[in-house]
Design a protein around this ligand. Structure first.
Ligand SMILES: C[S@@+](CC[C@H](N)C(=O)[O-])C[C@H]1O[C@@H](n2cnc3c(N)ncnc32)[C@H](O)[C@@H]1O
Length: 225
C-alpha cells in the first residue's frame, strides 16, 4: 500500500471512506480530548493524521480547535478548502506543502516525515480511518513514528473498524480492541469508550462482503515512564 495507491484513489475519486457527515463517535466523545489541555491562551491544536478531506476537521474547528491535518493527496486538501470557500496559497514547509486558512492548517505530504519540532504545541490527536488504512507492518511503524513525533503523548481519540478480516482485503483493515491494546502496550493507556454496530452505516463495506462490522472508539492517554 504505497503512496501511489492513495494518489490513484484520489485521482479516480474512489474515496468510499469519505463520510458525508461528521462521525457520530467524534460528536459523542470529542470532549474527552480536552481534559489536560494546557491553557496557553491560544486555541488548542488537534492533529488529524491521514486526514483526507474529512468533514470532521471543519466540525472540530467550529468547536474551537486549531486543526492540523496531514494528507498525502493534494487533491484531497484542495477539495477540502474549495468545498468550504477557503482561499489558501500553498507554501513550502520542509518536506510538506502547507495550506493554511482560518484555523485550518493542512500539510500535504507523508505522515512519516512529521518531526517533534513540526508538532510542537499539538494538544490532541484525532485518528479516524488512519490506523485502519494501514496494513500491519506499516501500522506498527506508524504507531512507533507517532510516539517519537509526539513525545508529550497527547490525548488521542482513535476510531477503528472490526470485521471478519477473511471476508475482504483492507483498507480499511480490521483492528480489534485486543489489537489496539497490543499496538499501544507500554506506551499509552487505552480506554474503549464506545463500540457500535456500523454495518448499516457503512453500506460500502457490507457490499464488499462484511457480514458484521463494529466501529470502536478509544481514548489513548498517558505517557511512557
Ligand atoms: C482511509 S482514508 C481516511 C481519510 C480521513 N481520515 C477520513 O476519515 O475520511 C486514508 C487517507 O490517508 C492518506 N494517506 C495514506 N498514507 C498516508 C501517509 N503515509 N501520509 C499521509 N497521508 C496518507 C490517503 O491519501 C487517504 O486520504
Amino acid at each position: 500500500m504505497d503512496a501511489e495507491f492513495w494518489h490513484e484513489r484520489w485521482r479516480e475519486n474512489r474515496i468510499a471512506f469519505h463520510q458525508d457527515r461528521v462521525n457520530p463517535l467524534l460528536e459523542r466523545h470529542h470532549h474527552r480530548l480536552l481534559p489536560g489541555t494546557p491553557d496557553r491562551g491560544e486555541k488548542p491544536v488537534v492533529l488529524v493524521p491521514l486526514c483526507g478531506k474529512s468533514q470532521d476537521m471543519w466540525w472540530l474547528r467550529e468547536r474551537g480547535w486549531h486543526v492540523l491535518g496531514v494528507e498525502l493527496s493534494e487533491i484531497a486538501v484542495r477539495d477540502f478548502l474549495a468545498e468550504r470557500g477557503c482561499a489558501a496559497a500553498p507554501e513550502t514547509d520542509g518536506p510538506f506543502t502547507r495550506y493554511a486558512a482560518d484555523d485550518i492548517e493542512l500539510l500535504v505530504g507523508d505522515v512519516f516525515d512529521l518531526t517533534p519540532e513540526r508538532l510542537t504545541g499539538v494538544d490532541a490527536v484525532y485518528d479516524r480511518a488512519a490506523l485502519v488504512a494501514l496494513p500491519p507492518d506499516l501500522r506498527r511503524r506508524y504507531v512507533e513514528h507517532m510516539a517519537t513525533a509526539l513525545p508529550e503523548r497527547p490525548r488521542t481519540l482513535l476510531i477503528t473498524f472490526e470485521y471478519p478480516q477473511h471476508e475482504f482485503d483492507g483498507p480499511p483493515f480490521s483492528i480489534s480492541p485486543d489489537a489496539v491494546d497490543a499496538l499501544y502496550a507500554g506506551a499509552r493507556t487505552v480506554e474503549r469508550v464506545e463500540s457500535v454496530d456500523a454495518l448499516r452505516a457503512e453500506a460500502g463495506l457490507a457490499a464488499r462482503g462484511a457480514s458484521a462490522l463494529t466501529e470502536h472508539a478509544f481514548l489513548l492517554t498517558g505517557t511512557r515512564s
